[in-house]
Structures are given as C-alpha cells and as structure tokens.
Design a protein around this ligand. Structure first.
Ligand SMILES: NC(=O)C1=CN([C@@H]2O[C@H](COP(=O)(O)OP(=O)(O)OC[C@H]3O[C@@H](n4cnc5c(N)ncnc54)[C@H](O)[C@@H]3O)[C@@H](O)[C@H]2O)C=CC1
Ligand SMILES: O=C(O)[C@@H]1CCC=N1
Length: 278
C-alpha cells in the first residue's frame, strides 16, 4: 500500500487527510505529515492517532511514496526547490494549487512525475469534484492508481490547463460563492419579513441538502428543476424576474476579476521560478 506524505496540514491539507482516511482506501498509519507550525499537524493526529507527524519536510519525503504539497501557492515553489534533490525518481509529487502548472513543477524537480489535484471543501463529504492534471511523466498505470485514490473522496475531472482558473472557481471557490449567496438570501428574508435568522438558516440549509441529493439522484438537471418549481403565474416566477434583473452580468464580472488575480499569482510564481537562488 502506498504511503502518503503531506507538507502543510492547514485548511486543505488537513481536510484531504481527513477525507482519505474516511474514504477507506488509505490507512491512518500510512499518512506522514508535517506543518510549519507543528501543533497543527499534532492536532490532526489527536483525531487520527496512527498518523505519523514528522518534524521536517525531509523526514516526510523519506517515509512517503506520494507527496502532497499543500502550502499556499507562493510557498509551493520554495518547497519544491527544497526537496528536489532529495526525492527518489519513483516518488510522485502532487500539488494542490491552481496557479502552478505541472510542467513548471517538473522543471524544478529532476525525474519525478507530477500531478495537480485541485480539491474542493465539499470533498470532506466524499462528494463533489476534484480537478486533475497529469504531467507527461505519469505512466498510465500511475494515472489509474491515482485516479482510483482521488475517486475515493471525489469525482475527479481531468482538465486542460487552459481552463484551470474557471474550473477551480466553480469547483473550489464555488462552495464559498454559494454560501455567500445563501447568506444573502437569509439576510434578505430576515430584514424584509418576520422570519428569524435561526429559522431561515435551518430551512435554507435543509433545502440545500435536498437540492444536492436531487442532483445526485439525477432526478433533474438544473434547468428542468427550475422549470418544475416555476408554476405558471406563481410566486417563483416573480422572484426569478428580480434575480434576472439584479444579477445581470454579476458572474461575468466575477470571472473577470478572478482571472485578474490568477494572472497576478502566475506572475508571482514565474518570478520565483526564474529566481534560481531561492
Ligand atoms: N481552501 C480551499 O478551499 C482550497 C485551497 N486550495 C489550495 O490549497 C493550498 C493551501 O490552502 P489552505 O489549506 O487554505 O491554506 P492554509 O494556510 O490553511 O495551509 C497552508 C499550510 O501550509 C503550511 N506551510 C507553509 N509552508 C510550509 C513549509 N515549508 N513546510 C511545512 N508546512 C508549510 C502552513 O503552516 C499552513 O498550515 C493553497 O495553495 C490553495 O490554493 C485548493 C483548493 C481549495
Ligand atoms: O481562495 C483561494 O485562493 C483558494 C483556491 C481555491 C479555493 N480557495
């Protein structure tokens, strides 16, 4: 059984570890992890006693076959440069951030195969998308093995690098965007009617769970679902008209802005790649 290494056990690193253990393909004792603030990794170990906490990244790579780098994008290049001469050729490096392309990680490393696995917070429920890009160094057997691992916690979608930003906006930022919109729905309801926040939140969260389950059970696609709810001459139509007017080009603007941020992040990464010393 493969041993997994984790460099960075913050929000996402920690969540992926939890999900892999819950998914059942990986045993806790096969998880080797470290974090800059070691306490974070130790906290995770309190919940999964058999996981192994290491004091530094070098010890993690000594013990693991597949190594997940779960730091912020700008820290990722430093970590890759740090470990590049210590990795065995058969080890596999898995990055989880969108601004760094697999070819760029390969340039830093020597012979190792690189995979980009962009998770989503929803993967903690062993559901939802993850976005996968395999580098050319990945054999078809390795791709199969990794796809099987990723499938244990998500629905892996292989993406072309050209759609990385928008795919990640939908898959990974999407839960935050949807949460925000639902929070706005609750606030509107509380401000404009007699409902209290707690009741509105209970109803909204319950509606969302049912909504996800309907899609999962493939009763409807989004458009059919909307049409079924919109009784001719009823209230939904009135509400939808408001949404149509108010949302306008909102999401167009959102995707333009995230693209700008992506370009900035890519420039930051390029600078680091060209800076041979660090
Ligand atoms: N939060 C999310 O929903 C998603 C995040 N991502 C990606 O996940 C990555 C991590 O994001 P978060 O977990 O939210 O950030 P975070 O800040 O919670 O976690 C990063 C962790 O890496 C540790 N770290 C940094 N440098 C280190 C080093 N040299 N050695 C050991 N540990 C080190 C930090 O101490 C921190 O705990 C980012 O690159 C982000 O783009 C991808 C998809 C979704
Ligand atoms: O906010 C971020 O930058 C990360 C990337 C995808 C989701 N969260």
């Amino acid at each position: 059984m493969k041993k997994l290494g984790f460099i960075g056990t913050g929000s996402m690193g920690g969540l992926i570890i939890e999900a892999f253990i819950k998914g059942g393909q990986i045993k806790a004792e096969h998880i080797h992890m470290t974090n800059r603030t070691l306490e974070k990794a130790k906290q995770l170990q309190l919940r999964h006693k058999k996981t192994v906490v290491h004091h530094d990244i070098y010890s993690v790579i000594n013990h693991a076959d597949w190594i997940f780098i779960c730091t912020k994008p700008m820290e990722m290049v430093h970590v890759l440069k740090d470990i590049s001469n210590l990795l065995r050729p058969d080890q596999v490096v898995i990055t989880i951030t969108s601004p760094l392309q697999v070819e760029e990680s390969e340039q830093i490393l020597n012979k190792q195969a690189v995979v980009r696995f962009i998770p989503s917070i929803v993967n903690l429920s062993l559901e939802g998308p993850s976005l996968i890009t395999y580098s050319n160094r990945c054999s078809s057997d390795l791709r199969d093995e990794l796809t099987s691992l990723f499938s244990s916690i998500s629905n892996p979608v292989t993406i072309d690098p050209s759609i990385t930003r928008v795919a990640s906006d939908i898959a990974s930022c999407g839960p935050a965007f949807i949460s925000f919109l639902i929070e706005r729905m609750i606030k509107g309801a509380v401000d404009e009617t007699k409902i209290d926040e707690k009741t509105a939140t209970i109803i909204a969260e319950s509606m969302l769970i049912g909504f996800g389950e309907l899609l999962k059970q493939k009763h409807f696609d989004l458009a059919t679902l909307r049409k079924r709810v919109t009784v001719p001459g009823g209230v939904t139509g009135v509400g939808l008209k408001v949404l149509q007017n108010e949302t306008g080009w909102m999401f167009h603007e959102l995707f333009r802005e995230t693209e700008k941020k992506y370009v900035e992040d890519r420039q930051g990464i390029s600078k680091q790649l060209n800076n041979k010393g660090s």
